[in-house]
Design a binder for this molecule. Sequence first.
Ligand SMILES: Nc1ncnc2c1ncn2[C@@H]1O[C@H](COP(=O)(O)OP(=O)(O)OP(=O)(O)O)[C@@H](O)[C@H]1O
Ligand SMILES: [Mg+2]
Length: 659
Amino acid sequence: MRKILSDILRVKGYASVAAGSGGEAIAEAERENFSVALIDLMLPDMSGLDVMARIKSLSPLTEAIILTGHASMDSAIEATRRGAFSYLLKPYQVDDLLLNIRHGIDRRQAQAEIRRLGEALRQTQQAIVITDADLNFEYANPAFTRLFGYSLDEVTGKSVELLAVDAGLNSVLPAAIATEKGRFNGEALQRTKDGRTIPILLDVSPVVDEQGTVLNYVGSLTDLSDLKRMEESLRESEEKFRSISASAKDAIIMLDESGAVSFWNAAAETIFGYSSDEMLGKYMHKLCAPERLHKIYLAGLAKLVANGQGYPVGQTLELAALRKGGGEFPVEVSLSAVRHKDHWLAIGIVRDISERKQAEQKAQSYVEELTRANAELHNLNAKLTQAHNQLVQSEKMASIGMLAAGVAHEINNPIGFIKSNTQTLGKYVDELLQVVRAYEQVEALLPQHSELFAELHRIKIQIRFEYKKRDILALLDESNQGLERVTKIVSNLKDFSHMESQDKWIMDDIHKGIESTLNVIWNELKYTCEVKKEYGVLPPVECMLSQLNQVFMNLLVNASQAIETKGAITIRTGAIEDQVWIEISDTGMGILPENIKSIFDPFFTTKPVGKGTGLGLSVSYNIIQKHHGRIEVESEVGKGSTFRVWLPIRQSHDTAVVA
Ligand SMILES: Nc1ncnc2c1ncn2[C@@H]1O[C@H](COP(=O)(O)OP(=O)(O)OP(=O)(O)O)[C@@H](O)[C@H]1O
Ligand SMILES: [Mg+2]
C-alpha cells in the first residue's frame, strides 16, 4: 500500500519518503524538513497523534494529514484539534488524498510567508503600525515600541491621535489622509509615551480590497531627531562660517574643481576691490594675479584639483596680487585642498601684507640708518681717540719744549765761551809748540854732558813729552768735536722748541727736498743701504722745506741705522685728495711693540751712548705738527719699519701764522 502511494506521488511530481513505523517517521523528520506528513492513526509502535506532535515540534510548519478508519473518527477530530491540517477516512480516493496534499503544501507556503513577514515587521528598525479604516491601531511593531514607549497592547484599539502633540495638529493627519486618497507623506511632531515631542517623517498608505474599499492603513514612522539635530548643527556651523568669513580680515576664497571662484567673502571684496558678484564663476588669476605669475598659478591649481597635492598646498606663500584698477600689492596666501564628493576644491586665505611690508622696509631702513650712524660714531670715536693721543703727545712736547728751550738757552752761553776758549787754547798751544820746536833746535846745539841738559832730558822722558806733544793736539781736536756735537744738540733742542722759525711758508717741491737731504747724508748711507725711489706725482706743497728736510734726514738716518749689515731703504710718495704722503721704509731690525709708543718722546733712544740722542723723531714730530700733518709708523721686529708722513697741500692761513 505504502509502495503504491509512493509511486503515485512520484508520478504526480512529489518526492516522498515512506516509513514503516512511528519511530521511523520521527527519525526521517529529524533528518529532513517535510512539507506534508501523511500519518496513519493506527501504527504498530505508537499512536499517530504522538507521532504528529513529535514531528510538529521538530518542524512547526510541516502540515499533518491524518489517515483513519471509521472506528477512530473521534481520534481524527482530536487530531485536527491538535493542529492536523485535515484527515481522510479509509478507504479514501487517491484524488482526495492528492487534493489534500496540494492544499497542505499551499498552506505551509502561506504560513512560511506570514512567518517571514511577521519576522520582518518585528525585526525592522523602522517603526511600522497598521490601523483599521478609522485610524485605530491594530498593530505596532517593536521598533514602534522602542521609539514611542507604547507596547502593542497599550495602543491596540486606540486612535492614532494618541500620538498627536496638540489639538491643532490632531486634525491634520486624518484630513491630509482624506484629501490625498489615503496617502500621506510628511513631517509631523509626535508625542511619546513619556511626553517627549519628536519630529517624525510619516508615510501612510491605505490597504484596499478588490472593490477599492479601505481595509487598513499601514504607516511607517521615521524618527527625524538626529537628522534635525544634524541639520541644525549644519545650519549653525554654516551660520558660524558665514559670520566668521564675513567678519574675517583676511580674504577667504574658494575655487571649484574647474578653478572658478565659488566663494568670495567681504574681506576679499575689500582687499581686491571686486564684489562677490563680479568674481563668482570667474578665474581668479585673470583678474587678481600679475601676468608673470599666471603660469605658476595654473600649474599649482592643476595639481591641486587633480589630487589635492602640489607644492603650494599646506604652505604659506608670499606673492604679488593685483587690485581692481591694476595696483600690485604683496599678499600672504595659505592654500588648502578640500575633498568634496569626488573632486578637490581649493580654499585660499589671502592676507594683504602691504602695511607689514612697508613696516618691514621701514624697520630695515632704520636698521641700515642705525648701522650707518653707528659706523660713523665708530669713526668719530676713532678720530677722537687719535686726536686725543695727538693732543697728549703735543702737550707732552710743549712742556718738554719749554724745558728744552730753557736748557738750550742755559747751555748756549757756556758752550759759547768754552768754544771760543778752546779755539784760543788751540791757538796758544800751537804757538807754544812753535816755541818748543825752536827750543828743540837750540837744544841740539847744547853740549851733551851739560848737567842742565841731563835734567831736561830726564823731565822730558818722565812726562813722556814726545807723546804729549802729539796728544795735546788730538785732545784739542776731540774737544772741538765734542763741542760741535753739543752745539748740534743745542740747535736740535732749539728746533724742537720752535726757538728758531724764521723759515717762510712757500709752495715747494717735496721731491727736491728729499733729493737734497739724500745728498747730504749719502756718505752715511752708501755702505749699508740700497736706496729705492718710488715717487708718485706730487703737487707743490705749502711748507717750510728746510724743516721738512730735517724730518727726511732723521727718518733716513734712523732707517740706515736700523740696517745692521746690508739692506734697502724705499722712499715712496703720493697724493690723495688734499694731502700728500711720504713713506720711508727699511728692511732693518724693526721696533719692539713695547717701544712704539715711546719713539716720539724726546731723549728716547735704544742706541748706544754717543750714537743717538733720542731727539730725531721728537723734532720731526714737532715739525710735522707745525705743518698740520701727521706721522704713522708700522713695524715688525726682524722685518723692518715704515714711517709715513701725511701733509696737507695747503695750510689754512690763521694756523700757518701760529707756527
Ligand atoms: N727705522 C727705524 N728702525 C728701528 N728703530 C727705529 C727706527 N727709527 C727710530 N727707531 C727707534 O726709535 C728711537 C728713537 O729715534 P730717534 O730718531 O728719536 O732717536 P735716535 O735715532 O735714537 O737718536 P738721534 O736721532 O737723536 O740721533 C731709536 O733709538 C730707535 O730705537
Ligand atoms: Mg735718529
